[in-house]
Ligand binder design. Sequence first.
Ligand code: NAD
Ligand code: ZN
Length: 378
Amino acid sequence: MKALVYEGPRKVTVKEMPDAKIEKATDVLVKITTTNICGSDLHMYEGRTNMETGRILGHENLGVVAEVGPGVQRIKVGDRVCLPFNIGCGFCENCEKGLTGFCLTANPGMAGAAYGFAGMGPYSGGQAEYLRVPFGDFNCLVLPPDAEEKENDYVMLSDIFPTGYHATVLAGVEPGDTVAIYGAGPVGLMAAMSANLKGASKVMVVDTHKDRLALAEKMGAIPIDDSEGNSAEQILEMTKGKGADRGCECVGYQCSCKGHEVPNLTMNNLVKAVKPTGGIGVVGVFVAEDPGSPDDLMKEGKLAFDFGSMWMKGQRIATGQANVKAYNRKLRDLIAAGKASPSQIISHELPLEDAPGAYENFDARKDGWTKVILKPAA
Ligand code: NAD
Ligand code: ZN
């Protein structure tokens, strides 16, 4: 099958790879029809992780079930399914509680497993023609009859829509809240959409890229350009000096060679921009610039910020992978009801063959390259 393979820092190629296949009785094999490039892929693409060369990337996947293992009961051949990026077993202590981003079975010794991801188990990614889905009955979200027509919306249920929503949950967003979101990348934009769905009274989105800020504004948020004056000061001014009720960190580690600001600034700005006792949800991923120990890539992801001020302000902070399965049925139903359209952030829809160039442009934050989706079957 054709697949997008990691070959080394900033080098990915599309080539023939062995076909994905059923390996265990509980596996499902999915023919991928849409698969996205994510900001999280860039941590691997830029060579900061212990990603092995020769592995297939891609954790934001949707497709049609091609085959099921003999132990699969619920999922049927022909079902159109979206696949949460975290692989859960469904029966461990964490999965039982809905904390599927921290499954204890799928990646023993480390909490959390994902497709095509460094440090998150041996699973292949879905930027390919086919994908093996472990614990298939648990890890396939069956889509409604309008699935084909709204495929570009439903594919966002694999990661960024639930992740943006998770940021608002971690921050504790409630109706009427004012919310400051750092990052107008795909995740920040989904957090803005989620805050609005939750009834926020004011959503402020910070970035320095004008094209992304324009998109945030189109989605009903107030754009804040950090290059035109400190964003925290701007937020304080907009909230009459009180600060935002909640804040979301949707930036994570950013490669400084791209001319981005020092990433730690996002946390310092959030501490400054959020009111005393307010909540801050961090979904941005902090990986090491130098991957360090190949066994534990996240351990080196340091983040220094003004903890003293956070303590004085009595703010709460919550972090982590999105537990996609905990949210995606309800978010799916919002899409089906026409009340959420995450596809509005898509800038490029391309065949799989065009993935290497798309990685390069998305990684460079080239103007207009907000979210790329790939169609392996095209
Ligand atoms: P992205 O890199 O495209 O978006 C980040 C945005 O932040 C960019 O638009 C960038 O210009 C902006 N930015 C950079 N420095 C900034 C600063 N100092 N202040 C304000 N904005 C700044 O990627 P994305 O796809 O939106 O992902 C964002 C983060 O979320 C990544 O770290 C990704 O790994 C992470 N993520 C986490 C989860 C999870 O489950 N927790 C899931 C998906 C993605
Ligand atoms: Zn992702």
